[in-house]
Design a protein around this ligand. Structure first.
Ligand code: ADP
Ligand code: MG
Length: 280
C-alpha cells in the first residue's frame, strides 16, 4: 500500500528568535487590560446559558490581540463586557490598573453593523465625540481632519453615510473611535460584512493605523487568516461554555507597532496628538 508523503512542518510553538524577541518587548510593556476570571450567565426562559466561564487574559500597551472562535462562543459578550455595555456575572476587568465599570471614552468601539449617525456628514460623525467632550468647534474640526486623512477619506468628508460604501463606513467608524483618543480600541468583527477585496484593503488600512498610532487593539473575528494576519497574539475561545481553549503567539516576523519610528508630520510633531508623550 502506498504511504502518504510525510511533510516536516514547523510547529507554531517553535519560535524564530526574532519573533520571541518581539513578543518579549511587548510583554515588557505596561498592562492596559487585565481580564480576571470573567463569567457571564444569561438567564432565559429555557434555562441558563453559560456564555463565558473563567476567562482570564491580559493585553499590553500597543499589543494587537485577536479573539477567535465559533459562532455563539461568547466573543460579542466578551467585547461588550470589555466595553462596559454588559456586566459580567463573575470576575472583573481592569483598564490601566483601575476597575472599568460602565462605558467610557477610554474604550473605543467599532461594530460589524454600521453605527454612523445617518444625518451627519463624515466630518460631523468624526467630530461628534470631540464636541461632546467640550472641544471647541475649530479644534474639533482640525482633529477630525487628521483622522479623516489617516483613513483616506478626505474627498468624502462632506458626504453622508448613505453615499459611502461599506468599507468607507467602517473607515469612518474607525476614525470616529480613534478621534476620542481611547486607551484601547475594541472591534467586534468589523470587516465581517465586507466583500473579500474590501476586507483585505481594510485589514491593511488597520495595520497601517496601528503601526502609526499609539493604540492597543482587541479585535474579534471568526476568520483565522484575518486573526493571523493582524495579531501579535490570538485568543482561541471554545463554546458552551465560552472559555479560552488556547492562546497563540503569532510566529510571524513582521514589523510590530512602533518597532519603526511613528509617523511624523512635516513640522516634526507627532501626527497624532497625545501619543508622542506616552511612548516607551
Ligand atoms: P458570538 O459573538 O461568539 O457569536 P455571543 O457572545 O453573541 O457569541 O453569544 C454567546 C452565547 O450567549 C450564545 O449562546 C447566545 O445565544 C447567548 N447570548 C448572548 N446574548 C444573550 C442575551 N442577551 N440573552 C440571552 N442569551 C444571550
Ligand atoms: Mg458575535
Amino acid at each position: 500500500m502506498p504511504t502518504r508523503p510525510q511533510f516536516e512542518l514547523p510547529s507554531y510553538k517553535e519560535q524564530d528568535p526574532a519573533v520571541a524577541e518581539r513578543l518579549k518587548r511587548i510583554y515588557a510593556r505596561p498592562l492596559v487590560l487585565d481580564v480576571r476570571r470573567l463569567g457571564k450567565t444569561f438567564t432565559t426562559r429555557s434555562g441558563d446559558i453559560d456564555a463565558l466561564r473563567d476567562v482570564s487574559f491580559q493585553v499590553h500597551r500597543r499589543e494587537f490581540v485577536t479573539v477567535i472562535g465559533p459562532s455563539g462562543c461568547g466573543k460579542s459578550t466578551l467585547i461588550r463586557i470589555l466595553a462596559g455595555l454588559e456586566n459580567p456575572t463573575t470576575g472583573h476587568v481592569q483598564l490601566d490598573g483601575k476597575e472599568a465599570c460602565g462605558p467610557g471614552a477610554d474604550r473605543g468601539m467599532v461594530f460589524q453593523a454600521y453605527t454612523l449617525f445617518p444625518w451627519l456628514t463624515v466630518k460631523r460623525n468624526v467630530m461628534f465625540g470631540l464636541l461632546n467632550k467640550g472641544r471647541g468647534h475649530s479644534q474639533a474640526e482640525a482633529d477630525a481632519w487628521q483622522w479623516i486623512r489617516m483613513v483616506g477619506l478626505e474627498k468624502f468628508a462632506e458626504c453622508y453615510p448613505h453615499q459611502l460604501s461599506g468599507g468607507m463606513k467602517q473607515r469612518v467608524a474607525i476614525a470616529r473611535a480613534l478621534a476620542n483618543q481611547p486607551r484601547i480600541l475594541l472591534m467586534d468583527e468589523p470587516f465581517g460584512a465586507l466583500d473579500a477585496q474590501t476586507r483585505m484593503n481594510m485589514q491593511s488600512c488597520l495595520q497601517q493605523i496601528w503601526q502609526n498610532v499609539n493604540i492597543t487593539i482587541v479585535f474579534i473575528t471568526h476568520d483565522l487568516d484575518e486573526a493571523i494576519l493582524l495579531a501579535d497574539r490570538i485568543i482561541v475561545l471554545a463554546a458552551h461554555p465560552g472559555r479560552i481553549a488556547e492562546v497563540i503567539e503569532v510566529p510571524l516576523i513582521r514589523p510590530s507597532a512602533f518597532d519603526s519610528p511613528p509617523h511624523r508630520r512635516a513640522d516634526g510633531r507627532s501626527g497624532f496628538s497625545g501619543d508622542a508623550s506616552t511612548l516607551e
